[in-house]
Design a protein around this ligand. Structure first.
Ligand code: NDP
Length: 297
């Protein structure tokens, strides 16, 4: 029997533990505050931001919602970031990606105060992660580490194969898994669109992490028997239902469950964890900046 890893349940437990941390901060007179900045009218980005706002409200983090006209100049966005950096009541700053083409995404990431960079994408925070001294672990790979721990997967000595090398999932995931740490110590392979014979690589995996953004790229024939499969992909495909589409992962669930010992579903696997770990980083930012010790889950 393949275990279905319930990310919704694990994320709920993390949120509950974070609430205790938020109470500790409140007792010390501190109230975590996250500012989200949206410079886009893409409905998916709008949805992501509103979900983040709702999550904050649920656990008692104050959320500031800033929207900038996508036609506005890059300097307007930079000015907003500068103000949030300087605002002592703001603990975390997140600019929802993607930003419009006329805005330099890397300049945006460099502009955010690294101490408030709860996404963990500022070069200083990327460097710290690589050096094994993470300030903020990026939310998706951090959530995956929590899921692996939850199902009792031993990463030390395991063959981990990651499909995808993006800055937000694949690369930080690899950096976390190779760290000399209890939730690292894996022998890690990173695959991408130029990888030759992908199936030969994925079949080596004790832990397979699929983050390619290609619907059902990985099927059961590409898995080793007993592999733990983490499906990061969220892909919309046409479907004959009311909405006209459904969400599928990067893994073909039906055939994968014939081989995997455990697997995350889509939706309900990695997605809820990504959201929970943003709250985690916001509480951590508040704790660090205000000098109030908080026990993190
Ligand atoms: P990107 O498009 O930034 O990166 C995709 C990566 O996959 C690239 O490195 C690309 O290679 C590689 N790739 C693409 N096609 C193939 C292929 N056929 N074989 C092997 N590798 C391939 O995507 P993201 O990392 O941002 O996201 C990946 C997926 O995860 C998406 O579906 C996204 O929606 C989802 N996602 C889900 C999250 C969640 O919380 N559940 C959070 C973030 C993302 P190359 O570098 O050569 O182009």
């Amino acid at each position: 029997m393949t275990k279905i890893i319930d990310g919704t349940e694990v994320a709920a437990a993390i949120r509950e533990d974070l609430s205790a941390g938020i109470d500790t901060l409140a007792e010390a007179g501190e109230h975590p505050t996250l500012a989200t900045v949206l410079m886009s009218d893409d409905p998916a980005s709008e949805t992501y931001v509103s979900m983040k706002q709702d999550d904050c409200e649920e656990v008692g983090i104050e959320a500031i919602d800033i929207e900038i006209d996508p036609e506005a100049s890059a300097s307007e966005l930079y000015g907003t970031i500068d103000e949030l950096n300087a605002d002592e009541s703001v603990d975390g700053v997140l600019v929802q990606m993607p930003v419009p083409d006329h805005v330099d995404k890397r300049a945006v990431l460099r502009r955010i105060d690294p101490a408030k960079d709860v996404d963990g994408f500022h070069p200083e925070n990327v460097g710290r992660l690589v050096a094994g001294d993470a300030r903020f672990k990026p939310c998706t790979p951090h959530g995956i580490q929590k899921l692996l721990a939850h199902v009792g997967v031993e990463t030390a000595g395991a063959e981990a194969v990651i499909v995808g090398r993006s800055e937000i999932v694949g690369k930080p995931m690899a950096n976390l898994l190779i760290q000399r740490s209890p939730d690292g110590n894996a022998t890690t392979t990173v695959c991408h669109s130029q990888t030759a014979d992908l199936a030969a690589k994925t079949r080596r995996a004790d832990i397979l992490i699929a983050a390619a953004g290609v619907p059902e790229l990985i099927d059961g024939s590409m898995l080793r028997s007993g592999a733990v499969v983490i499906d990061v992909g969220i892909n919309r495909v046409d479907a004959n239902n009311e909405k006209g589409y459904e969400l599928v992962g990067d893994v073909e669930f039906e055939t994968a469950t014939e081989k995997a010992s455990a697997i995350t579903p889509v939706p309900g696997g990695v997605g809820p964890m990504t959201r929970a770990m943003l709250l985690y980083n916001t509480v951590k930012a508040t704790s660090q900046e205000r000098g109030v010790a908080v026990e993190l889950p």
